[in-house]
Design a protein. Structure first.
Length: 260
């Protein structure tokens, strides 16, 4: 399968891998600023955006396989990668496999304990069901501070301060993407993220975490850095699960300063 993707800018390539939601458009708040310095390749994972779903099992392993094959197809061996949420987990899995170059993972999944994994499933699944049920009203609801606060409190530290255009693609993606449910099963029922012993990753590893993340809790950062001992941890203050929403300038700086 060839993954749908967009390319912006010129310079050293940088691949962006999204989480649950809008596909490559999840990076809209930061992609143009990244493209001022780099050639940015933002892809749609299978079953998100404009890429069709996988024919077989949807798992973190199979989604990672699809990205690894895309990198080979595109001649992007050794490329730097950045991912957020599920995409953060995928780029860390690529690094664990020895694929790619420098890695920046923003609020990655997969580092929860059993209780946290169960809470993640029990809270996010009803949220997804709600946005699906309210699909037609979402543009209007997200156009108000009250609506954004009510719908996005789990995802953003300051949802009322965000623009509708920032959040609408990801919320619609949760409602519309064919693989949202299967990817949620992979995250909540599949294995947790494995680590990489010191000295085995192909480049620098940077993990960014929102201090106010209510999806992948800040306490999980300690497990992530224990499993990836080569990683450097960066905290986003006053930031929830989406640094590209809550701290876009800081996210751009972190990515550009920690990828070649």
């Amino acid at each position: 399968m060839t993954l749908h993707h967009v390319r912006r800018g010129s310079g050293r390539p940088l691949v962006l891998v999204h989480g649950l939601g809008a596909g490559w458009r999840s990076w809209a708040p930061v992609i143009d600023r990244l493209a001022d310095s780099r050639e940015v390749i933002a892809l749609d994972l299978p079953g998100f955006g404009e890429t069709p779903p996988l024919a077989g099992e949807v798992s973190i392993a199979s989604l990672t396989d699809s990205v690894a094959e895309f990198l080979r197809e595109q001649g992007l061996d050794g490329v730097s990668t950045t991912g957020q949420s599920m995409g953060g987990r995928i780029v860390l899995e690529l690094a664990r496999r020895g694929v790619g170059g420098d890695t920046v993972a923003l609020d990655p999944g997969g580092f929860w304990n059993d209780r946290e994994q169960a809470v993640f499933s029990a809270t996010l699944r009803p949220s997804i069901a709600l946005v699906r049920a309210m699909r037609g009203a979402l543009p209007s609801l997200l156009g108000t501070r009250v609506g954004r606060t009510a719908l996005l409190a789990q995802l953003s530290a300051r949802p009322w301060a965000l623009a509708r255009e920032t959040v609408l693609p990801d919320v619609l993606g949760l409602a519309d993407a064919p693989s949202t449910g299967a990817a949620m099963d992979a995250l909540t029922k599949g294995p947790k993220q494995q680590g990489a012993p010191a000295g085995t990753v192909p480049g620098r590893v940077t993990i960014g975490w929102g201090r106010r993340d209510l999806v992948t809790l800040p306490s999980q950062a300690a497990r992530a850095t224990e499993l990836f001992p080569d990683a450097v941890l960066h905290w986003f203050e006053r930031c929830g699960h989406f640094p590209q929403w809550d701290a876009p300038d800081e996210a751009v700086r972190l990515i550009l300063e920690n990828t070649d």
